[in-house]
Design a protein around this ligand. Sequence first.
Ligand SMILES: N[C@@H](CCC(=O)N[C@@H](CS)C(=O)NCC(=O)O)C(=O)O
Length: 143
Amino acid sequence: MRPLIRTFFRGVRLILTPFMLIGERLSRPRGIERDPADQARVDEQTQALALYHFPACPFCIKARRAMQRLSLDIELRNAQPAGPWREELQNEGGRLQVPCLRVEEEDGSVQWLYESDAIIHYLHSRFDPEQPEAAAPDSAPRS
Ligand SMILES: N[C@@H](CCC(=O)N[C@@H](CS)C(=O)NCC(=O)O)C(=O)O
């Protein structure tokens, strides 16, 4: 019975994927504009970040939209197909759930931040020029 249910949901996801991706593209928010020096500084900082995601996961779309709104160039790592990103997320992050933001700190340590709301909160607290002193995210990154 379980394989049948899994196949059913996989089929539903397969059918919905193109619609969700088209919807995301059509409703892409306008990113904030920074002066070039500020944007370069932000781009340098976001090199230490990577978002593990599934293309058609609604929680991932929410996180990607926040990145677009904040004009953040964060590497996307598709954890859907069996492959290195999926394994890395499971083994190093601790669970196979997306979205998950990998944060490499200046001292080389790595934090794995799960939960779309916590990720969005973290990105705003770090990169939203209108919210520079926002409180820490509810779900702290896991080392
Ligand atoms: N509360 C979580 C929900 C995330 C979630 O349910 N993600 C699903 C994909 S949409 C997932 O990772 N499922 C694991 C799997 O499909 O293997 C959030 O807001 O980030």
